[in-house]
Design a protein around this ligand. Sequence first.
Ligand SMILES: C[S@@+](CC[C@H](N)C(=O)[O-])C[C@H]1O[C@@H](n2cnc3c(N)ncnc32)[C@H](O)[C@@H]1O
Length: 278
Amino acid sequence: MWELTRLSPDEFSRFRDFIYAETGICMQDGKVTLLSNRIRRRLKKLGIESFDDYYTRLTTGMLPNELEHFIDAVTTNETHFFRHASHFDWFQGPFLDDLIARARAGRHDRSLHVWSAACSSGDELYTLAMCLTEAAVRLSGWRLSLLGTDISETALAAARAAQYPRRSLEHVSSERLRKHFKVDASGEQWELRSHLRQMCEFRRHNLLQPLPGPRQDVVLVRNVMIYFDRESKKTAVRNLIKALAPGGFLVVGPADGIFDMLDGLEKQSTFIYRKPDV
Ligand SMILES: C[S@@+](CC[C@H](N)C(=O)[O-])C[C@H]1O[C@@H](n2cnc3c(N)ncnc32)[C@H](O)[C@@H]1O
């Protein structure tokens, strides 16, 4: 049946517009097979016979919670611990040194707010938590807030469950593995220990919306806007900058393509930008 093999050009364009409006993700024409395959899995699961019928039910809210499943099906959640390791060297070194010095000089209170924006299964935020535990002596008495957000509920559930396959941990040293994980009998599944899980909070958030709550000292936003067009990138960047505290840092991914949108920030290095302190 045509409908169940591949989206027609018209169907593809309707789903593409819907995805764009909901997430900012811009599906190129070349993604038609990928999108067809992913939506077909939802149809099979729900026993729906045509893409068209599924589109109508999805967009009119006739299928409870389907929007979440649909978003899960169309997002790419690839991530791992210590991805772009130099960002974590900077966080543990120059960033913490500067923050602690500012606190000593009375220019910052003894609190640190960190946000992993588009955190997927939590690997990025837990990597930051690991770095902070290693600086525990210097941060004694500090209030630490570590927030991970993502648009995908499945990704957030994985982050909260904190069980990882070996391949996510390739860049974690054996000492850190011993300290922070329990491995199952098969050697395949690694569970993060509770001392790190307790430090981190995960909640749903769309980068196209402002983040409510306190301003952040560091925001990592990496490998997500690669899927956005310019308009969505601009909206997300505006929201991210608004969420930064004065003197706070934005850490961006190498392929996110937002370097020319960061005018209001001071460039520290190719991937690290600072909001002017007041
Ligand atoms: C490839 S992962 C990147 C994970 C991590 N930041 C890293 O660099 O390893 C991209 C994540 O962005 C999320 N995402 C996509 N569109 C989003 C949006 N509009 N708001 C928030 N998260 C979004 C996806 O669900 C996915 O988990």
